[in-house]
Ligand binder design. Structure first.
Ligand code: CDP
Length: 225
């Protein structure tokens, strides 16, 4: 029986999380937002004054908390941190914390455990390459930086956040640079991932394309077995 594991990677604002949520719903899979996990660690490290240089402190922090997803919300030590982790302060620092190899090892282990227990859609930067290298479905979503910044700007404006378009564009370009150039599991398309440039497509069109590819493979595998 084919285990449905879907990896969705790509840079900030490519539409990964919206698309991943919809695909998860369509196929009744668990949605795991790995970016939210790195964001939650960054948020907690900031309020507890643990700088990126204190690797031991960060590892102790990760090992001492409980973290899981419930209805698309990230619950840490029993508290819903979904809003807090989108704060610009977190967005501006998350890539620094996420570039620390020891932090990645611990979070990747949690992510791999979830993927071995459940059928999942997971989105992030290293899902197709490191977390689920054997996933039968891998997608790499891209779009121009301007379009991605524009999408993020509209999203944050809807949440009434005071934010400038140029600051968002600057932040995602900086984050993409750090994510793509770090030593440990950088943002990279897996060789066997299907790349989709979402610049000129709506969310629905991308979801349909991904869903059709998944559905066709499921039907073909069933026929073959
Ligand atoms: O939603 P957005 O594209 O803004 O980013 P995110 O998915 O919430 O991820 C936030 C940050 O976490 C990224 O910029 C990466 O630095 C880091 N991240 C990572 O290193 N590896 C992942 N698998 C997911 C996120």
């Amino acid at each position: 029986m084919l285990k449905v594991l879907v990896a969705i990677d790509g840079p900030a604002g490519a539409g990964k999380s919206t698309i991943a949520k919809l695909v998860a719903k369509k196929f009744d899979l668990m949605y795991i937002d790995t970016g939210a996990m790195y964001r939650a660690i960054t948020y907690l490290a900031q309020i507890r004054n643990i700088p990126p240089s204190n690797v031991e402190g960060l590892c102790n922090l990760i090992n001492s908390i409980s973290m899981y997803f419930e209805n698309g919300k990230i619950i840490v030590n029993g508290e819903d941190l979904s809003a807090e982790i989108r704060d610009p302060n977190v967005s501006g620092n998350v890539s620094l914390y996420a570039s620390i190899p020891e932090v990645r090892t611990l979070l990747v282990k949690l992510q791999k455990d979830l993927a071995s227990e459940y059928e999942v859609v997971m989105d992030g930067r290293d899902i197709g390459t490191v977390v689920m290298p054997n996933a039968p479905f891998k997608f790499f979503l891209t779009a121009t930086p301007e379009i991605r910044a524009d999408r993020r700007y509209k999203e944050l404006k809807e949440k009434n956040q005071q934010i400038e378009y140029k600051d968002i564009l600057e932040e995602i370009i900086k984050r993409d640079y750090i994510d793509s150039n770090r030593q440990t599991s950088p943002l990279k398309k897996a060789k066997d991932a299907i790349e989709i440039d979402t610049t000129n497509y709506t969310i629905e069109e991308v979801v349909d394309e991904i869903s059709n590819l998944i559905q066709n493979t499921i039907i073909k595998r069933r026929k073959d077995s």
